[in-house]
Design a protein around this ligand. Structure first.
Ligand code: PFF
Length: 517
């Protein structure tokens, strides 16, 4: 390791202006579409109240420990993921690019969902979706067609999609302080208030309690199902934005005196609270819907994924007194939550490209957002976009991110043996001290469990395919996503660095003194 006598590279890295700025931005990244359209459905399908057990186990054994790991790497090596990993141990640069490319893939489809939310925000004012909300979403709005791949772009989706990318570009080009932090400082409190309002309204609807009973009634048998545990771990990774290289990048903009672990606990707690709040709000609303139709909540259909937000919710909103207001606030919240998450991904990708290729901040923001916008429009605003989106999402989140977390923990703990240095780094800057148990969690418990999960998932994807789709399609959009990310990571790390000369890099000197004490 370099000593503190070595020359310190003069750096003018932007920083969050306060811990609150960092915490709000990290919450902004974590709280996203995953909390609103993913969590309630996943929890409901995976044992209801009983799901909270695997969820908490996943949060405590992998979520928070890996969040701390992301933070420690970013804060100690002060760079976006590829350079931070490279500074930690040269060969791990490829892992950094793997994570960043995976985030890039997610951003490309995530933007499409934000674009749908933007359209529905407008539709909500006069309930434009009419009575047949499924027919409207799939037929009239997305114009889903027969062929599995189509190049027919749907303007009603493409236009808001391009606007989303322009907004992302502007924020990233403005930088960490004037762009990302400012957006989060305004949007996150606004989202908190708006969402709380929605939940309170939902709880006062007739039938709300039936919904909550359906949501929380535990199905203990589900705990014996490995798939339920897989669902819990995947949800935690996606939701906390960990092992994507994004939290590494965010932490790299923290100032030297930064209470990293305490901030991490606040972020994790806020994210899970928001998630459970979303579950309560969504199921109270579904209880109302069941009540209106005189059926049980369990008889309702369309309780997961995009269908929940874009078909079932509009149907409930139709029935609700003052539904238009509820709809506007609901889709507005989706936009706020989604936007603060997508800017975190784009900042991660743009900062990585900027550092590697020695570009200006604006230059890399324009390049990266431009590529994303073109791909988003071509892949996800066509009449076959919904299917492609669902397939890419399945592989990126159940295979890609789990693989990323396994490789990351094994390389840090076992191959390059950096965990003790990182632990001491965290403790040197933070008030909440992490014990050796942290190393046991990231080095043994998490990877062991993740390997079992990944094995099971791969077997099921290989044997059973996905949603009855043809093999060539799964090869292209499913396995193809993983191959693309791996190849891109290898190619990008093989390109020589044109950016900063990181040979002179020294981790925070005073932290080092404490580390070697
Ligand atoms: N955490 C976000 C959500 O729950 O919607 C999604 C996300 C953001 C995933 C950033 C990955 C990422 F790097």
């Amino acid at each position: 390791m370099t000593t503190s006598n070595a020359p310190v590279a003069a750096e003018q890295r932007e920083t969050w202006t306060s811990s609150t700025g960092f915490i709000l931005a990290a919450i902004g990244s974590a709280v996203g579409l995953g909390n609103i359209w993913r969590f309630p459905g996943v929890a409901y399908e995976s044992g209801g109240g009983a799901f909270l057990i695997p969820y908490l186990v996943a949060l405590l054994t992998a979520g928070i420990p890996i969040l701390f790991l992301d933070y420690s790497i970013g804060h100690r090596y002060r760079a976006a993921a590829p350079l931070a990993y490279r500074r930690m141990a040269k060969p791990t640069e490829t892992l950094g690019w793997f994570q960043i490319m995976l985030s890039f893939v997610i951003a490309v489809y995530y933007a499409a969902v934000i674009a749908w939310a933007a359209s529905y925000f407008i539709f909500a004012f006069n309930l434009r979706w009419g009575q047949d909300t499924l027919g409207f979403f799939v037929g009239e709005y997305l114009k889903v067609g027969d062929p599995e791949i189509s190049t027919t772009v749907v303007p009603a989706v493409a236009v808001p999609l391009v606007l989303v990318w322009v907004a992302v570009l502007v924020v990233i080009a403005l930088g960490v302080t004037a762009g990302v932090q400012k957006v989060n400082v305004i949007f996150i409190p606004l989202l908190g208030v708006a969402f709380l309002g929605l939940v309170i309204r939902a709880l006062t609807l007739p039938g709300a309690m039936d919904g909550l009973n359906a949501f929380f009634t535990p199905d203990w048998g589900a705990l014996a199902d490995l798939n339920v545990w897989i669902a819990a771990y995947s949800q935690i990774f996606f939701s906390l934005s960990i092992a994507f290289g994004i939290m590494v990048t965010y932490a790299s903009y923290q100032r030297r005196k930064a209470n990293m672990t305490s901030s991490g606990l606040v972020v994790a707690f806020a994210n899970s609270s928001f998630e459970i709040l979303a579950g309560i709000g969504v199921f109270a609303t579904l209880g109302f819907m069941a009540n209106q139709q005189s059926v049980q909540v369990s008889e309702l259909e369309g309780l997961t994924g995009p269908i929940l937000s874009f078909v079932t919710f509009p149907a409930v909103i139709n029935e609700m007194p003052g539904g238009a207001i509820f709809g506007v606030v609901f889709f507005g919240s989706l936009i706020l939550a989604g936007f603060t998450s997508i800017i975190s991904i784009l900042l991660g990708v743009a900062a990585s490209v900027q550092e590697k290729f020695g570009l200006s901040r604006r230059g890399s923001a324009i390049l990266v957002s431009g590529i994303c916008a073109v791909l988003s429009v071509l892949l996800f605003s066509t009449t076959s976009g919904l299917l492609a989106l669902d397939t890419v999402d399945q592989w990126a989140n159940n295979v890609g991110i789990v693989l990323s977390a396994i490789v990351m923990t094994v390389l840090v703990v076992w191959v390059f043996r950096k965990s003790e240095t990182l632990r001491r780094h965290l403790n040197a800057v933070s008030t909440f001290q992490v014990g050796r148990i942290w190393i046991a969690l990231i080095g043994v418990v998490a990877p062991a469990f993740l390997v079992i999960m990944l094995g099971q998932k791969l077997v099921s994807l290989v044997n059973d395919g996905y949603e009855g789709l043809p093999q060539w399609y799964l090869n292209l959009f499913g396995w193809g996503t993983i191959v693309f990310v791996v190849v891109a990571a290898v190619v990008l790390s093989a390109i020589p660095w044109k950016g900063r000369d990181d040979e002179k890099f020294v981790p925070w000197p005073d932290v080092d003194k404490e580390v070697t004490r």
